[in-house]
Design a protein around this ligand. Structure first.
Ligand SMILES: Nc1nc(=O)c2c([nH]1)NC[C@@H]1CN(c3ccc(C(=O)N[C@@H](CCC(=O)O)C(=O)O)cc3)CN21
Ligand SMILES: O=c1ccn([C@H]2C[C@H](O)[C@@H](COP(=O)(O)O)O2)c(=O)[nH]1
Length: 680
């Protein structure tokens, strides 16, 4: 089962309770940080657990058991026997704060560290996990599975449908993914749900065809009673679901229950009662419990609690307690009840494949690295989580012809620095001081006296980075002396060659820009990270258009010219996901925009291929925060003061002498900046 401990949980030989400081090693850094964060919150932040939970913890503590030495059976028995309250940790504010008592600290540390052992790090969202468990139980029934639990309780399930809001976690990787555009999302959401269920009915049951419906982004929670809220769409969607469908709900409990009650269709529903830790329980749960007493029998699925435990980015922890609500006098195996004819029947529109925001590619890659990256040492000594050769990211550089800049919106990206750095590359400059004097300090760490000396460049003047990007782009093969030397006319001007070829033979397959020059490597402070780019001109449109263009390129005379679209594919050997990559994406997008402008082409796309894609350990928290944010529209880019090239303009390169102000970025409304430290 994905992410689940397989077979019995192994006791660690010779283990003893975890104490503060025990987990200082690199391997345990994340675990330790989490534990310390949680314990600090309890002990220092003026919060305490309610007395009954405290009592439960004391009872546990009094057993004097060393959790790490206990056998699997013992641990499971102990968990089973614990008061239920223990699993519902709600934290109350209390004045004055509890004393920072070391027993308390130790106890809480042990409880939570043991939890982490059980739950593991890569659990899916509770809803997602339940679905996987249902699916996997069919393939490989295991006695502790949720499916078995349902079976023991005499409940059979035809299908499970899970609703959740999209947050950027692997947790929400839906089994059925339905993308929605902002406009029309309500119509499509309801329509898709109906279509999906109709298909399922057509198959006649048998298998459990589970689905996760990711609720499209919206203001559901703030706008609960308003028209068009997420909840309203969900409720409308429910009307399409018959009684053999088990409903899951993550964060919309009261609306779900209300829908169930009002529609009277479903005899039962499973609610995962969330306890947000440390900010108290989901307020929906109370309303739900009240209604449930009168109308439903409930069964709790307590001992499996750890199966659906999730580390919740940005909000501390969530513990989750799924409850099955069965309408009094009915069972889940009742015959399906048809939806009342009075229920609104939405017309089912065809689902158009609407692409998701491209920024999710970046966010999902970061998630993937955090969840599955290998913990590795690195040159800088910081340590990283790393994956090799992930799926490339691809960004469009125009929206119906309007130039677009893929500038991340889930944090503010420092655009002026990116443009200044790119113009600095193009100018062939290799001194970090040139950038620094424009107040762009991003290369200062690698050009500092101390860093140069540490590499043995003691004779080099401060800021001289050696034959790095700018030198290779404009003077590849020239003999590097220092950053002050004038290299005019020396070496290969790769940029000039690319521009000329784009103008004269857009079909060329050698449109390559390489900063990787093994002969110069020992002179560089840092070997190029973004090391290799290839350009390509496509001629989208009809076949006829293509033929027209081919005639054009072969010297044939045509009245209408088809404009080529310029694409760039970048290979980056080493990718600092937190700091460098947002810069690199924007930078190569800008370069492609510039090249398109000076060659009379339409900016097409940027494909970013990565080698070692890593997250520095000191960026984990910042990126977790970033992952909770929802992308906003990418900004538009206007280039001012540089007319588009056409054949009448001759051989003038047009790429030199640009200024930061020549780039006007419109409609960039990012989330706020997030500080991350650069490892040197
Ligand atoms: N470890 C490391 N990561 C990198 O990404 C990186 C290097 N080193 N060395 C060379 C270049 C320089 N690049 C950098 C360096 C720093 C930032 C940076 O600190 N960016 C901040 C804003 C900087 C500021 O406000 O001055 C950011 O929040 O994006 C970005 C790119 C990319 N490179
Ligand atoms: O444009 C850049 C430049 C650098 N980086 C990152 C990638 C690595 O974290 C370091 C370089 O260290 P190496 O040991 O040489 O790989 O800088 C980046 O992401 N983007």
């Amino acid at each position: 089962m994905p992410g689940m401990p397989e077979g019995p949980i192994k006791a660690i030989p010779g283990a003893r309770p975890i104490r503060p400081g025990d987990l200082d090693g690199l391997w345990a850094q994340e675990k330790r940080n989490e534990i310390v964060k949680r314990v600090k919150y309890l002990v220092n932040d003026d919060l305490e657990e309610p007395p009954h939970i405290l009592a439960a913890r004391r009872a546990l503590y009094a057993r004097g058991k060393n959790w790490r030495d206990a056998s699997d059976d013992e641990i499971l028995r102990m968990l089973d026997s614990l008061p239920r309250a223990l699993f519902e940790s709600k934290i109350w504010k209390r004045h004055p704060p509890p004393p920072a008592n070391s027993d308390y600290y130790d106890l809480v540390t042990r409880i939570h560290s043991s939890e982490l052992d059980f739950y593991g790090y890569d659990s899916n969202s509770p809803g997602g996990r339940l679905l996987y468990m249902l699916r996997d139980a069919r393939l490989d029934p295991c006695p502790s599975s949720f499916y078995q639990h349902l079976k023991r309780a005499g409940i059979s399930v035809d299908r499970a449908v899970h609703f959740t809001r999209r947050t950027v976690t692997r947790a929400d990787t839906p089994l059925l993914s339905l993308p929605y555009k902002l406009e029309d999302k309500r119509r499509l959401f309801v329509g898709d749900m109906a279509r999906f269920l109709a298909q399922m009915q057509g198959r006649g049951g048998g298998e459990i065809p589970n689905a996760t419906f990711v609720v499209p982004p919206g203001k559901g929670r703030e706008n609960r009673n308003g028209n068009g809220s997420d909840d309203a769409w969900i409720e409308e969607g429910f009307l399409k679901i018959d009684s053999r469908t088990l409903l899951f709900d993550t964060t919309m409990n009261s609306s779900l229950l209300q829908a169930v009650r009002e529609a009277g269709l479903r005899p039962a529903v499973i609610i995962k009662q969330f306890t947000f830790w440390p900010d108290g329980a989901d307020e929906d749960t109370a309303a739900l419990e009240k209604a449930a007493v009168a109308e439903y029998n409930t069964t709790h699925w307590l001992t499996q609690n750890y199966d659906v435990y999730e580390r919740h980015p940005g909000s501390g922890f969530v513990s989750c307690n799924p409850t099955i609500y069965i309408r009094k006098g009915r069972s889940l195996n009742d015959a399906p009840v048809e939806a009342p004819t009075t229920a609104p029947t939405p017309t089912i529109p065809p689902t158009l494949p609407v692409p998701r925001h491209e920024e999710y590619q970046y966010l999902e890659l970061v998630r993937e690295i955090l969840d599955h990256g290998e913990l590795r040492r690195d040159r800088t000594g910081t340590g990283t989580y790393s994956l090799f050769a992930p799926t490339p990211l691809k960004f469009s550089l125009n929206r119906s012809g309007t130039p677009i800049l893929p500038l991340l919106t889930t944090k503010r990206v420092y655009t002026r620095a990116i443009i200044a750095e790119l113009l600095w590359f193009i100018s062939g400059d290799t001194s970090s001081q040139t950038l620094s004097s424009q107040n762009v300090k991003i290369w200062d760490g690698n050009g500092s006296r101390a860093f140069l000396d540490s590499l043995g460049f003691t004779d080099r003047q401060e800021g001289d980075l050696g034959p790095v990007y700018g030198f290779q782009w404009r003077h590849f093969g020239a003999q590097y002396v220092d950053c002050k030397t004038d290299y005019t006319g020396q070496g290969v001007d790769q940029l000039a060659r690319i521009i000329r070829t784009l103008r004269t033979n857009p079909y060329d397959r050698r449109l390559v820009l390489s900063a990787w020059n093994p002969a110069d490597m020992s002179k560089m402070v840092l070997p190029p990270c973004h090391m290799f780019a290839q350009f390509y001109v496509s001629f989208p449109g009809s076949r006829r258009g293509t033929q027209q263009q081919q005639k054009q390129s072969q010297g044939g005379e045509e009245e209408t010219k088809v404009k080529g679209h310029l694409h760039c594919q970048l290979y980056q050997r080493s990718c600092d996901m937190g700091l460098g990559v947002p810069f690199n994406i924007a930078s190569y997008a800008l370069l492609t925009h510039m090249l398109a402008r000076v060659t009379g082409l339409v900016p097409g796309s940027l494909t970013h291929v990565m080698g070692d894609a890593h997250v520095y350990l000191n960026h984990v928290e910042a990126l977790e925060t970033q992952l909770t944010r929802e992308p906003r529209e990418f900004p538009e880019l206007e280039i001012v003061g540089h007319e588009e090239w056409d054949e009448t303009k001759g051989d003038e390169l047009g790429i030199d002498g640009w200024k930061v102000e020549d780039f006007v970025i419109r409609g960039y409304e990012p989330h706020k900046a997030i500080q991350m430290e650069m490892s040197v």
